[in-house]
Design a protein around this ligand. Sequence first.
Ligand SMILES: Nc1ncnc2c1ncn2[C@@H]1O[C@H](COP(=O)(O)OP(=O)(O)O)[C@@H](O)[C@H]1O
Ligand SMILES: [Mg+2]
Length: 308
Amino acid sequence: MSSNAIEIRGLRKTYRGSKGQPEKQALKGIDLDIPQGSVFGLLGPNGAGKSTLINILAGLVVKTAGQVTIWGFDQDVNPRQSRASIGVMPQELNLDAFFTPRAALDVQAGLYAVPKSQRRTDEILKLIGLEDKADAYARTLSGGMRRRLLLGKALVHAPHILVLDEPTAGVDIELRQMLWTNIRKLNDEGMTIILTTHYLEEAEEMCDEIAIINQGEVVARDSKTNLVNRIDAKTMVIHAEETVTTLPEAPGITVETRPDGAVALSYHAHQTSAEQVLAAVRDAGISIRDVKTEEADLEDVFLELTRS
Ligand SMILES: Nc1ncnc2c1ncn2[C@@H]1O[C@H](COP(=O)(O)OP(=O)(O)O)[C@@H](O)[C@H]1O
Ligand SMILES: [Mg+2]
């Protein structure tokens, strides 16, 4: 087997139009490798195609064309093995109101043919912090508890790969922390994690590899560090000793005054050196009291790549 947990080639999905709606090309030929052991982020705005991609991996949506290999198993050739390799926490709550968490986990284990002796129901209840609620009906659980139960269900068959679709959209800070702690722990134990998010901060904090999806296409795929480095826009922010009357001027440098009186000089590091920027400042007769630099973050990369 290759070192990729998932390999996707030429993946397309066209949803048929209904009730006079035109058909929708949700995925337009995706090629993507997701390395084993990574925390991989699928980042993109609403409607980009993230859930469609995840649901195809999960076997919940039927692809229109292309090839998906999960843990070395072609989804079409070895559907059972490929499904057994992956656990998915869906974006939508889809719990049976009349099941208790314990029952929901048992039923899920049964669906995946996990033998009774190998079930880890209590361990999972503990991991998701629902030991106290193990025997309460799902309809009596809070929204946060239900989401935790969804995570538990995704784990019953001890998959190699855990996929989380917008795990923290609309959840409170406490639940978010709990999810992150669990995800890091599972990843430390060797599980490959794939998560979708439209929150840049989340991708920046959690993921080591990122694919940016926009309108059904992968527009960037790199390590987080490389993605951020790709944009070499920098800004030097100068606080002067005295009120600035003459603004610096130099080719390749964009100058603006900030509301607090600071002078912000934006430039591209591959074109202009910090020394050239400082020289322009000195030439304008400004004596520097304080200087800071601001670098691009993932948001800049994202905006640049998803600008349509
Ligand atoms: N069942 C469906 N039928 C028709 N169109 C759909 C269906 N599911 C999603 N879409 C459309 O496909 C596109 C991608 O949706 P989705 O995969 O949910 O994006 P994301 O998860 O990135 O927000 C959107 O334009 C959405 O409206
Ligand atoms: Mg979605």
